[in-house]
Every structure is written in C-alpha cells, then in structure tokens.
Ligand binder design. Sequence first.
Ligand code: SF4
Length: 232
Amino acid sequence: HPLRELDTVLTTCRACPRLVAWREETARVRRRAFADQDYWARPVPGFGPPDAALVIVGLAPAAHGGNRTGRMFTGDPSGDALYAALHSLGLASRPTATHRGDGLELSGVRITAPVHCAPPDNRPTTTERDTCRPWLARELALLRPTLRAIVVLGAFGWQALLPVLAGDGWLLPRPRPAFGHGAEAWAAAPDGGHRIPLLGCYHPSRRNMSTRTLTPAMLRQVLARGARLAGL
Ligand code: SF4
C-alpha cells in the first residue's frame, strides 16, 4: 500500500537538524528504566490501517515514548490514556501499548502527528512544524478515500492540521475555527463529495491528565463521537 511505502520513507528523514540531534541524543543518554532498550531514534510514522476512517492527530512523539518504541503514543502516560480509551470503544485490540512487537492492532483508526520526531520539551518550532507538514499532507491525501472524521489532540495539532487540509483542497469554514475541547468544525472534500468533522480534544499529556484538565471520561467522549461520525 502506498501509505506503507510513505511510512518507510519517512523513517529516513533528517530535514530538521535540531530534532535529528535530539532524537539521537535522547537515545544515547536514555532513562535508567530503559537503559537496556534500543531506542528507535528516528521519525515515528503513523500507526494504524491505511484505510482508516478515523484519524487521530497528536503533537509529536515523546523523547522516551514514541522515540523509544517507534510507535506513536506508546510507552508514555499519554499513550496509556489514549489506548485505554480506544480499547474501551472496541477500536484497539489491547488496552495497553508497550512496544512495537506487542501485537496491538487498531480497527478503522490511524494515529499520527504533525511532527514526526521528538522535540525538546515537547515543543517543536514553527519552522519544524512547517518542515514536517508535507508528510502529514501526503498521509492524509492517501487516507482521503476512506477518511470520515478527525480527532485533534491539542491546539498545536489543530493549528498544524488546518493548513494541511486547505492545501489539499478541502473547504474549511471561515473564519477558521478555533481550537477548544469539544470544538467541532466540518470540512468538505475537494471533489465536492463527503464532509468530515474535525473534533477538538485536549491533549492527554501527563500535565493535563494529572490536573484533570482532561479526564479519561472526557477523552473517551470525544473519541466516541469521532468513531460514531466515522461510522465505526
Ligand atoms: Fe523529517 Fe518531520 Fe522529523 Fe523534521 S520532524 S526530521 S521533517 S520527519
């Protein structure tokens, strides 16, 4: 499938010098808990079937999460919350995601991010965001035939996503919809065909979850709505 080919090519990208240095430095230093593990230390591709109806857009891999395991949202608290919610909705085969060989499979859902390499402090620069944009654009263009809904985790992903959709010819509301938890905006496909909802959800970061800015119930609620609108 062309999306599998894209994923493979993505893993060789070295376009952002700061992020290339950080992803490799993180792997060299490691965390004590993961000292015996081989870090992925490369761009992390989207995870899930190439004919997904629901796409989840995050921010970027975490240094000791996705950058370690090679899979989006795996091996960190954000992933724990996300995969537990997806499993409870019947969209993930297991409630936990530990490493790339754990057998976890998603049904009808693909998880990706606008920045594919782990950034220091989880903060990519706008230049890095824009440099990585073509990867998300190509991924979403390949998913377009089956795409029926997008859930965006956090304002960074929302702001990165809108230009990608507009650049691919999707018609978006004007003025551009603002991000918020529970935000909902509809985009019309370039061919004048179907419309899809964009649903905003706070990012399940450690901070948002520990302060209960985002609770597991809130996360599950948005994902459930996305799944329903995607026909899953
Ligand atoms: Fe390439 Fe994106 Fe990683 Fe930059 S963040 S090096 S564009 S994969």
